[in-house]
Design a protein around this ligand. Sequence first.
Ligand SMILES: Cc1cc2nc3c(=O)[nH]c(=O)nc-3n(C[C@H](O)[C@H](O)[C@H](O)COP(=O)(O)O)c2cc1C
Ligand code: SF4
Ligand code: FES
Length: 604
Amino acid sequence: MDLRQLEAEPTEDEREAIDARLGSHPQREGTHFAAGLRRDRRHLLLPALQAAQARVGWISEGVLAYICKRLDVPPADAWGVATFYGLLSMEPRPRRVLHVCDDIACRCSGANELIAELERTLGVGDGAAWQRSPCLGLCDQAPAAFLTVAGPAPAERLFGPVTAEQARAVLAPEGTLPAMRRPRPPQAGDPSLRLLERVGIVDPGSLDEYQAHGGYQALARAFEMGPERVIREVLDSKLMGRGGAAFPMGRKWDAVARQPARPHYLICNADESEPGTFKDRVLMEGDPFAVVESMTICAYATGCEKGYVYARGEYPLAFERLQGAIEAARARGLLGADVMGHGVRFDIEIRRGAGAYICGEETAIFNSIEGFRGEPRNKPPFPVEVGLFGKPTVVNNVETLVNVLGIVREGGAAYARIGTPQSTGPKLFCVSGHVVRPGVYEVEFGATLRDLLALAGGVAGGRKAQAILLGGAAGVFVRGDELDIALTFEEARAAQVTLGSGVVMVFDDSVDLTSILLRIAAFFRDESCGQCVPCRVGTVRQEEALHRIVTGRPHGSTGAELALLDEIGRAMKDASICGLGQTAYGAVESAARRLKLFEKGKVG
Ligand SMILES: Cc1cc2nc3c(=O)[nH]c(=O)nc-3n(C[C@H](O)[C@H](O)[C@H](O)COP(=O)(O)O)c2cc1C
Ligand code: SF4
Ligand code: FES
């Protein structure tokens, strides 16, 4: 694209798509929720770009220029944002595009063979109607695919397991869109479930069914308690965040509630892009009202009048169901200006990501919503003081939030008795790879890796587990004989592993782990936002060194390359701004040290 071409005009279709998203009267654009004030319109940039993408399948010079004029954003700046996201294209593309997962769990279910077949029959490269994708968050239905269809009535489908034949069929101009069927959750109906109690049991589109199964009792109880008592219960529960960083939720809520600056914001982090993670999708698709209710409790306790769900762009069914739940709740007075008649104002808006793993980092979400590139911010200041739009902000993960329903209903002390003293409550694990029944499993903290594997039916085909990846690409490998590790924060620390976002990915003894490691390294190289040097350069150098080792062409010796990897890894860990760079070496390091993958005779 030539930025000098920004005098170009949009087509009628493009203009219509942008006017539909921004409103046809420019003076209405900045109307901001809480204050009703006209504010910076920049926060509409990503939604406008997404509207153009959905209408014509790519972002032309003409539409970019039109968006810039409508929102008063400099063209070079808007270009920087548009090129940041994997789902936005700055080049003409077919109206139907299939994103096929070639990531690590899907490789255990034939993704490589599927992709080879697509390359042979549909071609490769920018003009092709399909492209490779990192993990799509559908690892339990591997190999997974995400279809986007641009047009006046755009459509999206996240589905799997996909075959080459089906891929070709859905890419045909009038091809039938695939259904988004979901397997019945493996534990559905188990009366001991807390987080998954309604998933696969209730109709996710029915507020009546939600209420008939205990829905909105927790919010009613919260109103009886009052905001301070709700926070007290959350503190007593000792609930730690489930998004990966394991920060105590109560402390975050308490800090925001005390901030004098207004307004306060709540963000439900539903970006879920860590390879191997799909628990939040299962919650949002299967029990969307639980997300809405728990956000309302949080908002009440912390004084937020506006909440955002920052939802992964590749999750159309979760988006549809959450949107339906928000509208149904609003229609019944469970959201809006006077929630349940208690004089509390709270509403929720969903903002969709556009294909960037880094946008799950909490401060990157702020930039993404505000219409900037999704680059993390330096901390401090922390989000509880200076967050979204510079205001105090609670950011919590979907699973973390859903825990609040049980805490409010049963009390923090009772909740704290579940699990172990330092890791309280139930926990969701995303079990994928070579297991008989991949899926999301709920256990109490304290269950071992062996327990989880047993729940998932053991290693598929009666083979042996060679290695298990805990915590996703940002996590670490353990050996197949380390199944007695208890999955708690304290034991994970002691065993020098991480629970991260709850990934348990099993690789049997037939897998070439070096190819898995190369995919992980490529993931970090692709997803680094490039803002800081150790990560931007380190992730590239890490991939190159690994490649040389794996292909048997080390500079010097394998030992020298491993020492180099270690040095790069240390620099990334110590000097990167955010968790992406800090964890980019974890899987490689554990493969070298724990699995001894590069010892003589094993590679090269
Ligand atoms: C690169 C990166 C990606 C992240 N992605 C997610 C994500 O997709 N979902 C999430 O909840 N947290 C993610 N986090 C963690 C968030 O920054 C933050 O800690 C979390 O949303 C806080 O919620 P919690 O306390 O409820 O876990 C990510 C962090 C990093 C560094
Ligand atoms: S560590 Fe990587 S992803 Fe994080 S800010 Fe630096 S360059 Fe960006
Ligand atoms: S959906 Fe393919 S690895 Fe997760």
